[in-house]
Design a protein around this ligand. Structure first.
Ligand SMILES: *Cc1c(COP(=O)(O)O)cnc(C)c1O
Length: 308
């Protein structure tokens, strides 16, 4: 099972060469980001654990990766979601379907009688965890210290690559959800005094929210990555014409990306490159998540039939 050591390719975008770290080529069940985040669980034994508990959206990449992790470990995955959209229930696809096939129990809170107005996290901490023995609880999107283990290995791979390439300066760009990956990457480079900057952008909740997420992970602001502030706030999972246009443009350069995080990522990177005087090398971190395209691409095609 390939869970580290991905290659770097180069494409031409915005009239310059962009290097791409191909974490999308990691083992398909954990494709990309979640393979790095869950490496700690994959590489260690937990003889007492029987249940893995997570929460998030019914279409999340983390749902699928956690279901694969649970299956591999012989654990039961109980994944809590606020609700399940009717179009997914009627025709399961993508991450949701694959997780069900892996034996995941996906529990919708809007169908629970004892919810009492709680949000998902409160429900888990107040109702689920007290009555579940031998459980491991992973916060949304793998936002926890466990993630550091695998993200640090990714940072070491990037540092070795830049050394081998003889790059004087490197900017690593990646779009953020919770910001966990960007933060731990940057923390590694700061701790190890590497001349590698991490640059990111918010795809969930905007720039202020992203920085508050960084602060939750560490109060040392030296570790916080820089972020590109976009003129517009994108709502996660919503369809935007310019996102689909950007996705098509990058696909045309030769590598397929996913449709939730990457279009906003490439829009932010283009904005940064337009405003940036330095000619330092750019490494775009391809974080996988391709299974999500199974639902996102048909939605985009229906909404913008004129774009191809
Ligand atoms: C989970 C995920 C992210 C977001 O990672 P964070 O560490 O939460 O910022 C980005 N891209 C893909 C493809 C993902 O699966």
């Amino acid at each position: 099972m390939k869970l580290s050591q991905t290659r770097v390719d180069s494409i031409e975008m915005f009239n310059r060469v962009i290097h791409v770290k191909r974490d999308d080529l990691l083992h398909p069940e954990f494709s990309g980001n979640k393979a790095r985040k869950f490496a700690y669980f994959l590489e260690n034994d937990f003889p007492d654990v029987k249940t893995l508990i997570g929460y998030g959206s019914a279409q999340a990449n983390s749902l699928y990766s956690m279901s694969a992790l649970a299956k591999l470990k012989g654990w039961q995955l109980d994944f809590y979601v606020d609700h399940i959209a009717s179009y997914i229930k009627q025709q399961p696809r993508g991450n949701y379907r694959a997780a069900l096939e892996n034996g995941a129990k996906i529990i919708a809170l809007d169908e629970q009688g004892d919810r009492e107005g709680r949000d998902t996290l409160d429900y888990i901490t107040e109702v689920v965890l007290p009555k579940t023995e031998n459980a491991v609880f992973v916060p949304e999107g793998g936002r926890c210290e466990f993630a550091k283990h695998g993200v640090y290995r990714l940072a070491r791979e990037i540092a070795l690559w830049s050394e081998a390439q003889g790059l004087p300066q490197l900017t690593v760009f990646l779009p953020s959800g919770t910001g966990t990956t960007a933060l731990f990457l940057n923390q590694y480079f700061v701790e190890h005094e590497r001349d590698i900057q991490v640059l990111t952008c918010a795809t969930v909740g905007g720039d202020d929210y992203l920085h508050s997420q960084f602060s939750e992970l560490t109060d040392n602001s030296l570790y916080h990555p820089k972020s590109v502030m976009l003129p517009k706030k994108y709502h996660f999972g919503k369809l935007y014409r310019e996102c689909y246009e950007m996705w098509n443009k990058v696909s045309g350069a030769g590598i397929e990306f996913e449709l939730l995080y990457d279009p906003v990522g490439w829009i932010a990177l283009e904005q940064y490159l337009q405003s940036d005087e330095s000619n330092g090398a750019i490494l775009y971190l391809h974080q996988g998540g391709m299974l999500g395209n199974e639902t996102m691409l048909p939605r985009y095609r229906r909404k913008y039939p004129d774009l191809k």
